[in-house]
Design a protein around this ligand. Structure first.
Ligand SMILES: Cc1cc2nc3c(=O)[nH]c(=O)nc-3n(C[C@H](O)[C@H](O)[C@H](O)COP(=O)(O)OP(=O)(O)OC[C@H]3O[C@@H](n4cnc5c(N)ncnc54)[C@H](O)[C@@H]3O)c2cc1C
Length: 499
């Protein structure tokens, strides 16, 4: 019997296997395809993912293929800027750039290669999940070729059409967004052209931004990509046929304004339906849904895969504690309550953005442009990462300053904080305190340029306790934090969630 079986070795499944493999669990990965999907879907990820790649021990494999980027720019019907979510000059709280472009097949290859480092991980490629039964000991998986395997827990990372989700009859909550878009990938030898745009902030470099043309004639996104890879996403207009729009002549006409005179090769064109969907239940017995199996977002903020990586980062440390017998099974009930509000907030923001991006009525689009420019004058313009709310329930010391936020990762000398402290439970304090599985870091001895002391001072707190997924458990007196954390992990979490 395996500790954990992971169904699907896309980015989320492969990342989950690396994290759990590193923790020492025996892991089975089941993937129906012999090879990773060769074409990119995701092209953007944010700084939290780089930190998670550190945690999984894969950062050295993936970092070299990342290209840092400078955020998002939304342009109105009159080709003037209506929203700028730029990152130039912004703080880098995790010591990584705020956003990166990448090539999904390369990332997936790296994550799969890294699995070979763990003798406790078994990968079965070309094997499909077909069904499951659960009993008190765990889960029996029925697999193609009349095989079966057993695991104590199962993580379904089998994507949007998840057979595991269907086998458990879990419905999707529909956020009422469905729009057809054509995705075009090209290798481009030179800078992409843009129509004359106005109102572009001085700091904004169009070649480094994901540009959303909210033009009712043809809403479109232009994404720089890594190396010479460039991505376009074009909304299909009413009456347009998917097949006809994927024809080379139709694709050439769409990219022509951006690539006229620029040598390029289109490598694929495919249509997708952009959805906002969230599973009603993320856990059933010993089976958990993660990644696209649990939720799907319109890709307007480039967060779909990022959500999935956060899911399994949340689940992995909880599974580890339960598998070691250091926490009851009930700890795993905190997975959905912690993750769902987070995913829902960002998907809802993407759906709202989708509603104004996909506006096809010229008069309504002109009105939108006026309103958005007015709003931009009075409101501080955030970045996509600012959309992410703090965890407000579950294993957090609710009510203490900073609880549920993502903790900073300053440099410590020439290294990164997590590489120095490890990625378990960490208590940053000036108080001498002993506690088993919590690493206590004496702030007076930490060469971080005073970054954590300043973080604490801003919250008027003396100590901070950090979870293995880098979210703040809480702030306050060191001994109180340990007591509260132990109580919650040991089973009081239900009361906290219910409260
Ligand atoms: C056009 C587009 C642009 C996007 N842009 C971004 C972006 O910029 N940033 C971002 O973060 N996200 C983006 N996304 C979303 C991102 O691509 C997905 O969220 C991500 O790929 C989901 O990963 P996953 O591992 O959950 O699922 P998948 O990548 O779908 O992987 C599922 C795996 O499960 C396997 N599988 C399925 N069924 C079975 C079975 N029965 N048995 C065994 N194996 C099975 C599949 O073969 C596959 O390997 C975008 C998506 C689209 C469509």
């Amino acid at each position: 019997m395996f500790d954990v079986a992971i169904i699907g070795c896309g980015p989320v499944g492969a990342f989950a296997a690396n994290l759990l493999g590193k923790s020492g669990a025996s892991v089975l990965v089941i993937e129906q395809e012999a090879r990773a999907y060769p074409l990119p879907r995701a092209v953007h990820l944010d700084h939290e993912m780089m930190r998670l790649f550190q945690s999984a021990g894969v950062i050295d494999r993936v970092a070299g293929d990342m290209r840092d980027t400078e955020g998002h720019l939304h342009v109105g019907a009159d080709h003037g800027v209506i929203r700028y979510m730029g990152t130039v000059g912004r703080a880098r709280p995790f010591s990584w750039s705020n956003d990166y472009f990448f090539y999904q097949p390369e990332l997936e290859d790296h994550l799969r290669d890294a699995l070979n480092e763990h003798p406790n991980i078994t990968v079965q490629l070309g094997v499909a999940f077909e069904g499951l039964e659960q009993n008190a000991d765990g889960v029996t998986l029925r697999l193609s070729g009349s095989r079966s395997e057993q695991a104590r827990f199962v993580i379904a990372c089998d994507g949007a059409r998840s057979a595991v989700r269907k086998a458990m009859d879990i419905r999707l909550d529909d956020l009422d967004f469905e729009e057809p878009w054509l995705v075009v990938d090209a290798e481009v030898d030179g800078p992409v052209r843009f129509p004359d745009l106005w109102g572009v902030p001085e700091a904004a470099d169009l070649q480094k931004l994901s540009v959303m043309m909210c033009d009712p004639k043809r809403p479109a996104t232009i994404v720089p990509g890594r190396g010479n890879h460039r991505r376009w996403e074009f909304m299909l207009l009413p009456g347009e046929d998917d097949q006809a729009m994927m024809e080379p002549a139709a694709v050439a006409a769409l990219v022509e304004p951006y690539l006229s005179g620029v040598p390029h090769k289109v490598v694929r064109a495919a249509t997708y339906r952009f959805h906002g969907l969230i599973a009603e239940r993320w856990r059933q017995g010993g089976v958990f849904l993660a990644g696209d199996a649990a939720h799907q977002t319109p890709p307007f903020f480039g967060q779909g895969m990022c959500h999935g990586l956060r899911d399994v980062a949340n689940l992995a440390w909880k599974l580890d504690l339960v598998l070691r017998g250091q926490a009851p099974d009930a700890l795993l009930d905190t997975y959905q309550p912690e993750r769902d509000p987070h995913v829902r907030a960002v998907i809802s923001a993407a759906v709202s953005a989708g509603r104004y991006i996909c506006m096809l009525d010229p008069a309504a689009a002109a009105e939108r442009d006026v309103k958005m420019r007015e709003a931009a004058k009075s409101a501080q313009q955030g970045t996509a990462a600012d959309l992410i709310p703090a965890i407000a329930t579950g294993i957090v010391a609710v009510g203490t300053a900073g609880a549920g936020e993502r903790f900073i990762q300053p440099r410590v000398g020439d290294r990164l904080l997590d590489d120095v402290t490890g990625c378990g439970w960490r208590l940053f304090t000036r108080t001498a305190i002993e506690n088993g599985d919590v690493t206590v870091i004496d702030l007076t001895q930490l060469d971080d340029g005073g970054a954590i002391a300043a973080w604490l001072a801003a919250r008027n707190a003396e100590s901070v306790l950090i979870r293995p997924d880098h979210y703040v458990f809480g702030t306050g007196k060191a001994s109180d934090l340990i007591v509260r954390r132990n109580a919650l992990v040991a089973g009081a979490a239900h009361q906290e969630i219910a409260a």
